[in-house]
Design a protein around this ligand. Structure first.
Ligand code: COA
Length: 337
């Protein structure tokens, strides 16, 4: 017979952290290398500057710093960590994973570690995988990281893409709990994908389809971001609204219940269009796109960390993260702060 006093396991966020490289690259800096202007980039995207990792700095260097800050905030002993999942599409190496590099650097010797690839939606995917493994009781806690260094896969001669991206990493610690305390609890997550649209946003070369050989890079398949910006824009607006509404509905909530919306920071016009259609005033929308551009899997978690540390999030606030990326992939997560 089922024990009716058995309490449902809740998954809580017990600490967050983030890290961006020190190196600031402004729109005017970019105007010196491609035909563009601060005015064009600002009006078309909302981006003023971005952080670019120095040569020699890789994704794991940023991920490790973000993870250490999340550990500090959560006051958890790294040896007590059960699991590390890093969402990234720009790992230091094809293997080992960024998560294994983080595991060693932070001394999480008892944690299982793997990476997950869902491009810019990766952090929300990783959050849901971690949440599922904790809800099942397999693990008690998990370090979830979103980290990318897209600058290393950018064609710095392509003005259509090089203006958009920046590097960064964010992390949080999830812990399962059976207490009645509802703070920092994940209420619902929605995920989706459409694999029929791969040619609109991809890195054509450098993988097993078009590998880099001893003859070098095949110029037909460069290991750099290729994007049809207009099409990505169209899909991003539709899918992010859909996934945000799905996550809200799953928890019995409405857009008007949100204290803060943290959208993927790819383009300010995309964000404004989503907020308008969801009837969410821009005062309730978190923005850091002007400082960082699109940091791929790091975007939403860096924003959540900044919102939390700056006091923008109060206890009990309903906050929703949403993202869209290559694949296509999309996802939204609803959290009661
Ligand atoms: N500076 C100046 N001019 C530029 C430019 C730049 N950096 N990039 C493109 N242009 C030019 C184009 O060449 C084009 O010129 P033309 O009309 O003479 O051909 C003109 O500006 C318009 O280009 P277009 O691509 O139609 O601009 P847009 O308004 O669609 O904006 C993006 C381009 C990339 C900013 C926009 O499409 C976008 O943000 N898309 C979504 C990107 C995204 O979200 N990606 C990541 C998803 S995870």
């Amino acid at each position: 017979m089922k024990n009716t006093t058995e309490k449902k396991i809740k998954i809580n966020i017990i600490g967050t952290g983030s890290c961006v490289p020190d190196n600031v690259v402004t729109n005017n800096d970019l105007a010196k290398i491609v035909e563009t202007s601060d005015e064009w980039i600002t009006t078309r995207t909302g981006i003023k500057e971005r952080r670019i990792a120095e040569p020699g700095t890789a994704t794991s260097d940023l991920a490790i710093k973000a993870a250490k800050k999340a550990l500090e905030a959560s006051k958890i002993d790294p040896q007590k960590l059960d699991l590390i999942i890093t969402a990234t599409c720009t790992p230091d190496h094809l293997f080992p994973s960024v998560s294994c590099l983080v595991q060693h650097a932070i001394g999480a010797t008892n944690a299982a570690a793997f990476d997950l690839s869902a491009a810019c939606s990766g952090f929300i995917y990783a959050l849901n995988v971690g949440r599922g493994l904790l809800e099942s009781g397999i693990y008690k806690n998990a370090l979830i990281i979103g980290a990318d260094a897209l600058s290393k896969f950018t064609d710095w001669k392509d003005r259509g893409t090089c203006i958009l991206f920046g590097d960064g990493a964010g992390a949080l610690i999830l812990e399962s709990s059976v207490s009645d305390d509802k703070s920092h609890t994940i209420l619902s997550v929605d995920l989706g994908a459409d694999g029929s649209q791969t040619n609109i946003l991809l890195i054509p070369g450098g993988g097993s389809r078009h590998p880099i050989t001893d003859k070098g890079i095949d110029p037909a398949y460069p290991p750099f971001i290729h994007m049809d910006g207009k099409e990505v824009y169209r899909h991003a607006v539709i899918r992010m609204i859909q996934t945000a509404n799905n996550a809200l509905q799953a928890a019995g909530k409405k857009p008007a219940d949100l204290a803060l919306l943290i959208p993927h920071q790819a383009n300010l016009r995309i964000i404004e269009s989503i907020a308008k259609r969801m009837q969410i005033p821009m005062e309730k929308v978190f923005l850091n796109i002007h400082k960082y551009g699109n940091m791929s899997a790091a975007t939403t978690i860096v924003a959540l960390d900044e919102a939390s540390r700056s006091g923008r999030l109060k206890s009990g606030d309903l906050v929703e993260l949403m993202a869209f990326g290559a694949g296509f992939t999309w996802g939204a997560a609803l959290i009661q702060w």
